[in-house]
Design a protein around this ligand. Structure first.
Ligand SMILES: [Zn+2]
Ligand SMILES: [Zn+2]
Length: 117
């Protein structure tokens, strides 16, 4: 028997989930990049994966605030970077902490690559 992707128990539902996880997770696909995944039913009505959602938010941040956020990330001032993203980007509703943390991740890769060693 294949094992459940979420908990490792025997998968009896579509060869990917056990009964108990199948009652909590649904097969889900991002509307933007098409990445399939399993999502808790509570958040299954979100259309985008966190990657796409944050990338779209980032595109809406004014250029000067973007530079400031990148600088803060490069200096390791992560809390300030998240605060700038939430409070100075002018995006309504304000991006959440979850989006902020994901942005650090996303920009962290770019900023590190750019920084001179
Ligand atoms: Zn399971
Ligand atoms: Zn996506």
């Amino acid at each position: 028997m294949p094992s459940c992707l979420m908990c490792g128990a025997g998968a009896t539902v579509r060869d990917t989930l056990c009964e108990s996880c199948a009652s909590r997770y649904v097969h889900w696909q991002c509307a933007e990049c098409g990445t399939p995944s399993l999502r808790l039913r509570e958040v299954a009505d979100e259309r985008l994966c966190t990657d796409c959602a944050v990338r779209i938010l980032w595109d809406r941040v004014p250029a000067d605030v973007r530079d400031e956020i990148d600088e803060l990330i490069a200096e390791g001032k992560h809390i300030l970077a998240i605060m700038a993203f939430r409070d100075r980007s002018g995006i309504e509703p304000k991006p959440g902490i979850r989006e902020g943390v994901h942005l650090l991740d996303l920009r962290g890769k770019v900023v590190k690559r750019r920084a001179p060693q």
